[in-house]
Design a protein around this ligand. Structure first.
Ligand code: IDP
Length: 136
């Protein structure tokens, strides 16, 4: 059974020219792109996207970072796409992320960790609706 996940190449990934590598890993894995957009997030969209972190000390800085330049948003589809993409991304902290993963290969900072991938079917649906309201 196929499912969908929201993937972001965050502004650090776009700035550093890693978009092609991320898309290439998604396609190599056999996952399919069903929507893709380059955009700079408005503050309210960023705050909604990260609403589960609203009370965290890094929330303000995270919103500044994610709105600080263009990002690439994608909807990716395939069998267990949520788990499959999180496997490609690696652990949240890039220092702990395994080599061979996107974060393990490209980053050192926990905030500027290149990509986002939805963490559950509930978040995937919520995030896809937020970024691509016309897809449903
Ligand atoms: P995830 O992106 O791997 O699902 P979450 O814990 O949901 O990880 O955190 C969301 C994002 O918030 C992370 O990808 C990272 O950019 C940022 N973040 C998480 N923990 C910290 C922190 O301790 N300091 C600064 N930023 C953080």
């Amino acid at each position: 059974m196929s499912e969908r996940t929201l993937v972001l190449v965050k502004p650090d990934g776009v700035r550093r020219g890693i978009v092609g590598d991320v898309i290439s890993r998604i396609e190599r894995k056999g996952l399919k792109l069903v929507a893709l957009e380059l955009r700079t997030l408005e503050r309210d969209v960023a705050e909604t996207h990260y609403e589960e972190h609203r009370e965290k000390p890094f929330f303000g800085s995270l919103v500044e970072f994610i709105t600080g330049g263009p990002l690439v948003a994608m909807v990716v589809e395939g069998p267990r796409a949520i788990e499959a993409f999180r496997g490609l991304a690696g652990a949240t902290d890039p220092v702990a992320a395994a080599p061979g993963t996107i974060r393990g290969d490209h980053a050192l900072e926990i905030q500027e960790n290149i990509v986002h991938g939805s963490d559950s079917t509930y978040s995937a649906e919520r995030e896809i609706k937020l970024f691509f309201p016309n897809l449903f």
